[in-house]
Design a protein around this ligand. Structure first.
Ligand code: GRF
Length: 203
């Protein structure tokens, strides 16, 4: 399965995917990485691992639609089978989502539908939950709340700061994202309405 990965920053989730592919645990290849920020550290990781990458910045386009058209064009040109949002810090329009129906997944640092949108870890701390986590979901037109493929629970500890909690959640993101991609690549993810069944998954 050919992946197109959208990033905006550090790219540690991208690195987890690269590591899974390089160690033979993920039967996929990365056709293209697209960053909307030229300073994203994710791009350094692409250079190091010889992964095709491109920067497409919103400000280089007159409107969001033209920006998204360029994203769609690049992903189609790279013939991607699955689009992975791995720390891509923009909300994509219905137009983009409809271009790859049920072929876009996102990693979000909370147990959705709780704490969607920005600063999910801070929202969890402020709310006072004892357990939060991360979610890989299919991207639909609802923000951070499409059908759930996999979630991992992470405890919130009494002395947590946004930083310590984010770090604890991130370690789980790095496990569940490659796992969800593998399930997609193996054709085991069946979606019925809101519900996802992963054929043969052991929970
Ligand atoms: C992760 O916490 C991800 O869940 C969120 O943005 C962060 C990206 O981290 N959407 P990285 O760029 O993959 O290191």
């Amino acid at each position: 399965m050919k992946l197109g990965i959208l990033v905006s920053g550090r790219g540690s989730n991208l690195q987890a995917i690269v590591d899974a592919i390089e160690s033979g645990k993920l039967p996929c290849s990365i056709s293209i990485v697209i960053s909307d920020r030229e300073k994203a550290y994710a791009l350094e990781r692409c250079k190091k691992h010889h992964i095709p990458h491109v920067v497409i910045k919103r400000k280089d386009f007159g409107n969001v639609q033209d920006f998204e058209e360029e994203l769609i064009r690049s992903l189609r040109q790279a013939q991607v089978d699955l689009v992975v949002l791995a720390g891509f810090m923009r909300i994509l329009s219905a137009h983009f989502i409809r271009a790859f129906p049920m072929k876009i997944i996102n990693i979000h640092p909370s147990l959705t539908p709780a704490f969607v949108g920005k600063d999910a870890q801070k929202q969890a701390l402020e709310y006072g939950v004892r357990i939060t986590g991360c979610t890989v979901h299919l991207v639909t037109e609802e923000l951070d709340s499409g059908p759930v493929i996999v979630q991992a629970c992470v405890p919130v500890l009494p002395d947590d700061t946004e930083e310590t909690l984010s770090e604890r959640i991130l370690a789980y993101e790095h496990r569940v994202l490659p796992q969800a991609i593998r399930w997609m690549a193996e054709g085991r993810v069946k979606v019925e309405g809101r519900k996802v069944q992963v054929i043969g998954a052991k929970y």
